[in-house]
Design a protein around this ligand. Structure first.
Ligand code: GLU
Length: 373
């Protein structure tokens, strides 16, 4: 699969705070310069690049002479406001040396949660790329509250890759990739060059390690990897300290860990459902419906629903739990929570009698359903 990377035309690269800063919190200018140079060079080869960059809060903390990032949300938000400008100033300066123009894009989860706003964001990105400009993306930390955060830029970069239908996502970090065991404890741990499936064991063995100025860890990367694989987008996690790391990955060198995607690319609408929506509730289904959704490519009908959690509107996205309680799918509902409570377990033919009207036979149509693999 890596051989095919050379032909790719749209690439998202994510760099974390640990890559962009030294241990003392100061910007690692050498590292930044290398990454910018590599991206500019790809751009010179007519490859569209998008950079998802962390580092705002860390840079802000450093500017303020703090040794580590404070805990409270308002303080972090203030530091993000201070650091984001400083970070962009540096990117502007270095990219300009290579004749490149950059665009700052700050997003919140809410911007992508609603279908229209998601489509608007897609169009904006495409317009920026059409102008031959390199978008530099971060979460709009200054205005988000905990409940509506992406949480970390690993997840944000996954969503951006889906949003722009990228050919490849590269996450650069301070780790070499995914090991079979924790390499800090087990000296003989092996780096996994290719991963075809993310197992529960892998997630359990990963942790949310983060250095003083950064967030995230392998666990968030695996969550993103799971979505990328399902969406048909290859993801490489590699160590940012490798020389010419981006160029070598694209040349097909076996650096880091490649998460090999499923063959087919997910439809745009399903991608939005899988990547970007905030789940508004849960619908539990019986074993017949579990089988129909997982193995037969069917829509979700009222007759298979056994339990509803939450208070959601028509058109929102909910989790579908299988008969063993595990999340098996996500989908956009045609009826609100109250209506589903009334029609649960009943035949589609009865919906009109019960609700007084029937716009849809299905509670979630197959086209609006993303079934997890
Ligand atoms: N948005 C945060 C920042 O710029 C970083 C989040 C992350 O490290 O994943 O500081």
């Amino acid at each position: 699969m890596r051989d095919g990377f050379k032909a790719y035309k749209r690439i998202v690269v994510k760099v974390g705070t640990s890559t962009l800063t030294h241990a003392n919190g100061q910007l690692n200018l050498g590292r930044m310069e290398h990454i910018v140079r590599e991206l500019a060079d790809l751009h010179n080869q007519d490859i569209e690049v998008l950079l998802v960059s962390s580092g705002a809060i860390g840079t802000g903390a450093n500017r303020m002479g703090m040794k580590k990032v404070p805990r409270t949300m308002p303080e972090k938000q203030a530091l993000a406001a201070i650091g984001q400008g400083a970070l962009m100033h540096m990117y502007e300066k270095i990219f300009a040396e290579y004749g490149k123009t950059v665009a700052q894009v700050l997003l919140t989860r809410e911007d992508l949660d609603e279908r229209m706003r998601y489509l608007n964001a897609t169009n904006t990105f495409l317009a920026i790329l059409n102008l031959q400009v390199i978008p530099i993306i971060n979460e709009n930390d200054t205005v988000v509250v905990e409940e509506i955060k992406f949480g970390d830029n690993d997840m944000l970069s996954t969503m951006i890759a889906g949003l722009v239908d990228a050919d490849l996502l590269i996450i650069l970090s301070d780790v070499d990739g995914l090991y079979d065991r924790d390499p800090r404890i087990h000296k003989d741990a092996c780096l996994q060059s290719e991963v075809f499936e993310i197992t529960g064991d892998m997630e359990e063995n990963s942790n949310s390690r983060g250095i003083a100025f950064s967030s995230g860890g392998m666990l968030t990367k695996l969550k993103g990897a799971r979505i990328c694989m399902a969406a048909g987008i290859p993801l490489v996690i590699a160590n940012s300290s490798e020389t010419n790391v981006i160029r070598r990955i694209i040349a097909g060198e076996k650096l880091g860990t490649l998460f090999v995607p499923k063959e087919e690319k997910m439809q745009a609408r399903k991608k939005w459902i899988a990547f970007c929506t905030v789940l508004q509730g849960k619908v539990k289904v019986d074993s017949g419906a579990t089988n129909a959704l997982l193995n037969k490519g069917k829509s979700l009908l009222a007759s298979g629903i056994v339990e509803i959690e939450g208070d959601f509107e028509r058109g929102t996205v909910v989790a579908v739990l299988g008969s063993d309680g595990r999340e098996i799918a996500r989908g956009m509902v045609n009826y609100n929570a109250e209506e589903i409570r009334r029609i649960a377990g009943r035949k589609s033919a009865d919906i009109e009698k019960i609700l007084g009207e029937k716009d849809y036979d299905e509670v979630i149509h197959r086209n609006n359903l993303w079934v997890k693999c």
